[in-house]
Design a protein around this ligand. Structure first.
Ligand SMILES: [Zn+2]
Ligand SMILES: [Zn+2]
Length: 619
């Protein structure tokens, strides 16, 4: 956001507060910071706001824009400022002033700091009516503002919504405030554009589409952040998983299964208990209700796994490995559990249990480049098959200069892995960008970045090189020269989290999935019951179609809408449910041995004898 727009958004917050004060003279004011699309202001009001208040306050603000109002700055010492705000009956401002007097700005959050410049002398701003000299609103603020309220006239401004908030975000103090949000843009057109984009984003929100298309649900009785896939979502996920497995196996990955829990020793060794405990669920104790379950006087404890790697390492360690077995490639749909704060849980994106399409490659350093190249090729192909075009490849590098705590010193291994990864990226001739400071603490990464409907960037796929974990687990191989050597380990998740990937697919397509993974691909709509035998004949023909690309042995998924509803109604329902193809079948079609194929592109008649060919190549 430009500095000018920021100043205008901020000035508008004062104006909204002034309007609120005119309508509710008893109002007490919290803070009013600028946010990404405008501003908000927190108040304690004599009553709860209702939706009907918004147009009234908005009207008030508009009226003020047409008055001759100015922002007037005043500098007070902190004691005088306290007296002023006590007189104005603004206890929250007094509290902020007290805090700043006692502790400086350190205890203040960024929103509160915005109200100050941190100096013992305090600036206040008044909105003053030039004609009458009346003061409409007085605020503690470090500024800057526009000089004249008339400068705010051409803005796109809309009171957006209100919600509850706690004073200083402190739930324990339980001081309830009402937060009023405004949208503020440079022009009315830009406001309109933003609102339209937001409506579009809301329509595509995976939580909404996921509900409408019956893809997943969250049940309170199962628990927050633990999604349940409904039959449509089950089908979609199963097809995606099959496809990713097919591609991985073609590239030499071997499918394995590992348990959901493991002993605490395992996660101590992997470093999870030291570095990741906050993200893990509490341990499961093996003592039963009678107190039995101790082994050698010790109570065994298990953890839900937050990652699959330690389990895969045990599979590698199942027997001594030779250089001939490398690269040794393991693959699993491994469900992991992480304890996320309940406030952060979001649909399928932020959850407490999710499944990774997780792969680990154990290879000799010289094989690193080939492994990475193969993976990059595979995901590029997968993205193409799934219609994902809008993505960026991020090369996530360490920052030895500024973050020694995270990355340590630059070692030969760091240098080699960065070199190998860069070489792969360069040779594949893909566009990528460097992101210094985004590497994992154990090695560099290649991340595939996409934007979600709200414009937020997210990693969809990741390839990570790890030099540090193998020695901790004693992972080695016998090289051609007879020496025991340490392999490089690559963590790879081409769908990242399967759940988040599905959320992304839903938002990208708005629920209109590519034909080959659509849970229901074809719906036959009957004009009347008399065509039932013909429908069965059509269905039998379609059953012969088995797609071999991109997923092999992918039989068509067909349903028939036999309901006693009008054809228009059936078509509308099929459209709402985003069914890719509708086949309309009536007596006339039977007579001519054709069907009407209706897709997003339009409608066409296809001969029954051509139907297999038609759908075998359908996209
Ligand atoms: Zn201000
Ligand atoms: Zn891993």
């Amino acid at each position: 956001m430009s500095k000018e727009l920021e100043i205008k958004r901020h000035s508008m917050a004062h104006l909204v507060a002034a309007a609120v004060q005119e309508m509710f003279p008893e109002a007490q004011f919290g803070v009013g910071p600028v946010i990404e699309n405008g501003n908000y202001y927190d108040f304690v009001l004599p009553r709860t706001l209702i939706p009907e208040d918004l147009p009234l306050i908005q009207k008030h603000v508009k009226k003020m824009l047409n008055r001759r109002l100015k922002f007037k700055k005043d500098i007070l010492d902190i004691g005088d400022a306290m007296i002023l705000f006590e007189k104005l009956n603004q206890p929250f401002k007094v509290e902020l002033l007290k805090d700043i007097k006692e502790k400086g700005t350190t205890k203040l959050n960024p929103e509160e700091i915005e109200a100050f410049d941190g100096k013992p002398e305090i600036t206040i701003y008044r909105i003053v009516d030039e004609k009458t000299g009346a003061v409409l609103f007085t605020d503690l603020c470090r500024g800057p503002h526009v000089d004249d309220v008339s400068e705010l006239k051409g803005l796109g401004f809309k009171l957006d919504k209100f919600s509850g908030a706690y004073w200083r975000g402190d739930q324990k103090r339980n001081i309830n405030m009402q937060r009023l949000y405004s949208l503020v843009f440079d022009s009315k057109d830009e406001l309109k554009k933003y609102q339209q984009q937001r409506i579009e984003a809301q329509k595509r929100d995976h939580r909404k589409v996921g509900k409408d298309l019956e893809i997943f649900t969250i049940s309170d009785e199962v628990g927050a952040g633990l999604p349940l896939y409904l039959p449509n979502g089950g089908k979609l996920r199963n097809l995606l998983e099959k496809y990713m497995q097919q591609e991985a196996e073609e590239a030499g990955y071997m499918y394995v299964y590992t348990p959901h829990i493991g002993k605490s020793d395992l996660f101590a060794k992997s470093g999870h208990l030291d570095h990741y405990r906050d993200g893990m669920f509490a341990p499961i104790s093996m003592v039963n209700l009678d107190g039995e379950g101790e082994i050698d006087g010790k109570v065994e404890q298990f953890y839900l796994k937050p990652m699959n790697c330690p389990m895969h390492h045990q599979i590698y360690l199942n027997k001594p490995r030779s250089y001939r077995e490398l690269p040794y490639k393991l693959f699993e749909y491994g469900t992991v559990y992480r304890y996320e704060e309940s406030g952060t849980l979001t649909g399928l994106i932020r959850v407490r249990g999710f499944t990774q399409n997780d792969a680990h490659v154990y290879c000799a350093p010289t094989q690193l480049k080939d492994v990475i190249e193969e993976a990059l090729n595979r995901f590029t192909r997968a993205y193409q098959d799934l219609g994902i075009k809008d993505y960026k490849i991020r090369f996530s590098l360490p920052d030895f200069e500024n973050d020694e705590e995270k990355y340590g010193k630059e070692t030969e291994e760091w240098k080699d892995s960065v070199k190998a990864m860069r070489k792969s990226l360069d040779e594949l001739d893909v566009d990528y960008y460097d992101a210094v400071g985004e590497a994992a603490f154990y090695g560099p990464k290649i991340d595939i970045q996409v934007r979600n409907v709200n414009g937020k960037e997210d990693s969809l796929s990741t390839i990570q090189v790890d030099y540090s974990i193998a020695p901790k687990f004693g992972i080695t191989y016998k090289d051609a020269d007879g020496e025991q050597k340490t392999p490089v380990i690559i963590h790879m998740a081409l769908m990242g989290s399967v759940d988040r990937f599905i959320a992304f697919m839903i938002e990208m397509t708005g629920g209109r999935f590519p034909f080959w993974i659509a849970p229901e691909q074809i719906r036959i709509l009957t004009i009347n019951d008399a065509v039932a035998p013909y429908v069965e004949k059509v269905r039998k023909v379609l059953k012969e179609v088995v797609l071999m690309k991109p997923l092999k042995y992918n039989e068509l998924r067909i349903a028939v809408d036999y309901r006693n509803e009008s054809l228009n109604r059936k078509i509308r329902d099929g459209q709402l449910q985003k069914i890719p193809v509708m086949l309309i079948v009536g007596p006339q079609d039977e007579a001519e041995q054709v069907v009407s194929v209706r897709t997003q592109k339009g409608e066409e008649k296809v001969k029954l004898s051509d139907l297999v060919e038609f759908f075998s190549n359908f996209k």
